[in-house]
Design a protein around this ligand. Sequence first.
Ligand code: LCS
Length: 401
Amino acid sequence: MTSEKKLGKSTQAIHAGERQSSPTQKSGIPLLPPIYQNSTFRFTTAAECAEAFRDEESGYVYTRWGNPTQEVLEKKLAVLEAGEAALATASGMGAVSTALLTALADGGHVVAMENLYSATFQILSEELPRFGIETTFVDATDPSQIERAIRPDTKVLYLESPTNPLLKLIDLRASAEIAKAHDMISIIDNTFATPCGQQPITLGIDVVVHSMTKYLSGTGAVIAGAIIGQKAFVTRAKEGALRNFGAVISPFNAWLTLQGITTLPLRFARHCENAVRVAAFLEAHPAVAWVRYPGLPSHPQHELAKHQMDAFGGMITLELKGGRAAGEHLVDRLQRCALAVSLGDVRTLICHPASTTHSHVPAEIRQQIGIADGLVRISVGLEDVEDILADLEQALESCAP
Ligand code: LCS
């Protein structure tokens, strides 16, 4: 049979990792992977149990150590992100923290993009310094800034691209080369792009993390995360930080995420299609000061986007000419688009990052990196685009400066 790595994205999303034996030992294999909703596994002999503890490949012991439903999801994730292995985690932050704790097991210094999701920024700027791990934040859109921040003890390069919420892009191939030359582990949060928008591992990045709460699960039903990378790194994460700190996904959330991923390529294509239309509409609207969308020629890194990404995603950031008051007015007036944090949902979600997702980033740092108080972020959903545009149009009508 064709190797799963060679299949098309939609076929991978549906089939990868799913072939199994019958759990009932009768003929007939469940078409959907079953939910093994159990915390522990029983053995018939002490020797068998001891063997499963000694060699984890030989059996399941306890769901914090591994579970068949989680494993189907992990196999699918590894194929989709072109990695050797994957780990599913309880949340995106579970993935970020587990990846960082694994890469920094012996301490060291981090170089990170200055614009990151706020909880990631807080881990790097507040939590890890308590354990003696420092981070230098740079504008990684300029690879020479990464190079200049590297110290003899730098162990990790941490990136997001496109970034939350500014949609800045980082040249992943150039950054990965710098990390390799300095013996650092490069980690990227690929939540905004998904494996349908870019596959960082194919560009040389070592480790990919995801908040699967977003596009991968897709319907807003779960909180979940993932780590994908080389088998040795993933095994260290699984047998160390994940197991011991405990950010383990539940079998039910793993199963829900599996169902979501089967439609990811189809959904992502539609998110992108709708987002291009919404971004162009907003850019032409007289109440709008500027729009950032990697697929628009006005995006400062549009050339890099075309070169590095297979699709530009469903996230748009904008500022209205009337600043924060107009932005608040806009979100108050929308009827169909939902005022909600999170993203990658089938529903169009809109939020005001300075008072919500990025409110924990100190105001002076928000100003410095460009998260203006008037900035509005839209996660374009899968509704008919005419209905999204009509809702935005009626809400923007009264926002003119
Ligand atoms: N990474 C990125 C890029 C994110 O946007 C988020 C959550 C996380 C990691 C954390 O994932 P979680 O633990 O929530 O699954 N971003 C959010 C946002 O922008 N609005 O609400 C949550």
